[in-house]
Design a protein around this ligand. Structure first.
Ligand code: CAA
Length: 383
C-alpha cells in the first residue's frame, strides 16, 4: 500500500493543472451561464494524450493507467466540472464500451484509437425515456437485415451527444428475451436516420453538451457491432463500473475546488476585527470538511487502483461514487454558507460548484443504485 503519487503521476497532475489554469479557468462562469462548451480546449486536451491515458498503445493510448486518468479528471473538475464529465464520458463510457467489448482488434483500432489519440470525441447511449435506473428496460430495437442491423429507438441524456463523432448505442434484438438479446453498436455522426436533438437546459454542468438521440432506421454494418446479442448488458455494467470512478473523480474535484476557494476566503475576509478563519466554529468546520476530502480521496484512489490492477472493483467503484458525490454536495453547500452573501454570487464560483455537485449523486447510476450494487455484492453469498 502506497499513499504517494509516483513522480510520473505528479508530473501529469502538474501538466493538467497548467492546462486547466490556462484554458479552463478563464471564462468558466460565462460558459456556465451561456451553456457553451470549450470545444477547442477539449480537442487540445485530447491531443495532449489525455483521452488515452488508460488505453494501450496499440489502440491509440499511452497505457499509463487508470489512476493517472482519474487524477486528470479530478484536476480539471476542480475548476470546470462540465469539462470533467465530458472527459469522463468520452474516455470511460465510450472508450470503455469499445475496449472491454469482445470486438476484434481491427474494430478497436477503428473505433477506439481515434478517441484515445484525441482525434475524435465519443458519447454513450444507454439511458432511454423508460429505461433510467432500470437499464435492462431498453426499447431500442436492432433488427437483422442481411448482414446489417437496422436500429430504431430513442436515447436520452447523452453527454457529448452534440459534439460526438462516435456513439455507442445499446439495443435489443429480441425484446421478448430482454437483456439476453442486448447488443451494442458504434454509430457514427452523420449516418442516415441518426438525429441528435438540441442541447438540454440543465441546473448544473451547464456547459457540458447533453442531448437526446433519435435513431430512425439507422443501418449499421457488422463491423459496427461491438457486442453480440447477449453480451451487451454485461458490457454496459462493466463499462459503468469504470465510469462511476470517473464521476467520483469529478465529484472529488468539485469538492476540492470549492474547499480551496473557501480556505482562501476565510483567511482574507475579516469580520468582528479578525479573519473569519480565527472564528473557531469556521476553523473546525474546515477541519471536518478536510477530513471528508481525505476519506473521499482514499476510496477513490483505491477503486482506481483495483481497476488498474485488474482486480474486482465493482463494489469499490460504487463506494467511491457514493462517497465522493455525497462529499461534493456537502462541501459545496457548506462553502456557499461560509462565504455568506458572496457565496451566492456567480463571481465566487462556489454556487456553480454546488449546482454541479448535484448531478454527481444522480448520473451513471443514482446513489440509491450504488447502494443496491454495494448491498447486492455484500449479501451475494447469502442468496
Ligand atoms: N459487472 C459484470 N456483470 C454484471 C454487473 C457488473 N457490474 N452487474 C450486473 N452484472 C450481470 C449480473 O451478474 C447478471 O448476470 P447473469 O444474468 O449472468 O446472472 C446480469 O448482469 C443481470 O444483473 P442484475 O440482475 O443485477 O441486473 P438488474 O436488471 O437487476 O440491474 C442495476 C442491475 C445495477 C440496477 C443496473 O440496471 C444499473 O446499473 N442501473 C443503473 C444504470 C445507470 O447507471 N445508468 C447510467 C447511464 S449513463 C449516464 O448517466 C449518462 C451520462 O452521460 C453521464
Amino acid at each position: 500500500m502506497n499513499f504517494s503519487l509516483t513522480t510520473e503521476q505528479q508530473q501529469l497532475v502538474d501538466q493538467v493543472r497548467k492546462f486547466t489554469a490556462a484554458h479552463l479557468a478563464p471564462g468558466v462562469a460565462e460558459r456556465d451561464e451561456k451553456q457553451e462548451f470549450p470545444l477547442d480546449a477539449f480537442k487540445e486536451f485530447g491531443k495532449m494524450g489525455m483521452f488515452g491515458l488508460c488505453y494501450p498503445t496499440e489502440f491509440g493510448g499511452s497505457g499509463m493507467g487508470y489512476l493517472p486518468y482519474i487524477l486528470a479528471v479530478e484536476e480539471v473538475s476542480k475548476v470546470d466540472a462540465a469539462f470533467g464529465i465530458a472527459y469522463s464520458v468520452n474516455t470511460s463510457l465510450y472508450g470503455g464500451s469499445v475496449m472491454y467489448s469482445q470486438a476484434t482488434a481491427e474494430q478497436k483500432k477503428r473505433f477506439l484509437a481515434p478517441i484515445a489519440s484525441g482525434q475524435a470525441i465519443g458519447s454513450f447511449g444507454l439511458t432511454e425515456p423508460s429505461a433510467g435506473s432500470d437499464a435492462a428496460g431498453q426499447k431500442m430495437l436492432a433488427t437483422k437485415d442481411g448482414d446489417s442491423y437496422i436500429l430504431n429507438g430513442t436515447k436520452i441524456f447523452n453527454t457529448n451527444g452534440p459534439i460526438a463523432d462516435y456513439t455507442v448505442i445499446y439495443a435489443l434484438t429480441d425484446p421478448s428475451i430482454g437483456t439476453k438479446s442486448m447488443c451494442a453498436f458504434v454509430v457514427e455522426k452523420g449516418m442516415e436516420g441518426f438525429y441528435v436533438g438540441p442541447k438540454a437546459h440543465k441546473m448544473g454542468i451547464r456547459s457540458a453538451q447533453v442531448a437526446e438521440m433519435v435513431l430512425n432506421n439507422v443501418r449499421v454494418s457488422p463491423e459496427h457491432m461491438i457486442a453480440k446479442p447477449g453480451e451487451g448488458f454485461k458490457l454496459a455494467m462493466v463499462t459503468l463500473d469504470g465510469g462511476r470512478i470517473g464521476v467520483a473523480a469529478q465529484a472529488l474535484g468539485i469538492a476540492e475546488g470549492a474547499f480551496a476557494i473557501a480556505a482562501d476566503y476565510l483567511q482574507k475576509r475579516e469580520q468582528f476585527g479578525k479573519p473569519l478563519v480565527k472564528q473557531q466554529y469556521l476553523a473546525f468546520k474546515m477541519a471536518e470538511l478536510y477530513a471528508d476530502l481525505e476519506k473521499a480521496r482514499l476510496v477513490l484512489y483505491k477503486a482506481a487502483t483495483l481497476k488498474e490492477e485488474g482486480k474486482p472493483f465493482t463494489t469499490a467503484a460504487a463506494i467511491a461514487k457514493l462517497t465522493c458525490s455525497d462529499t461534493a454536495m456537502k462541501i459545496t453547500t457548506e462553502c456557499v454558507q461560509m462565504l455568506g452573501g458572496n457565496g451566492y454570487m456567480q463571481e465566487y464560483h462556489v454556487e456553480r460548484m454546488m449546482r454541479d455537485a448535484k448531478i454527481t449523486q444522480i448520473y451513471e447510476g443514482t446513489n440509491e443504485i450504488q447502494k443496491l450494487v454495494i448491498s447486492s455484492n455484500l449479501f451475494a453469498h447469502k442468496k
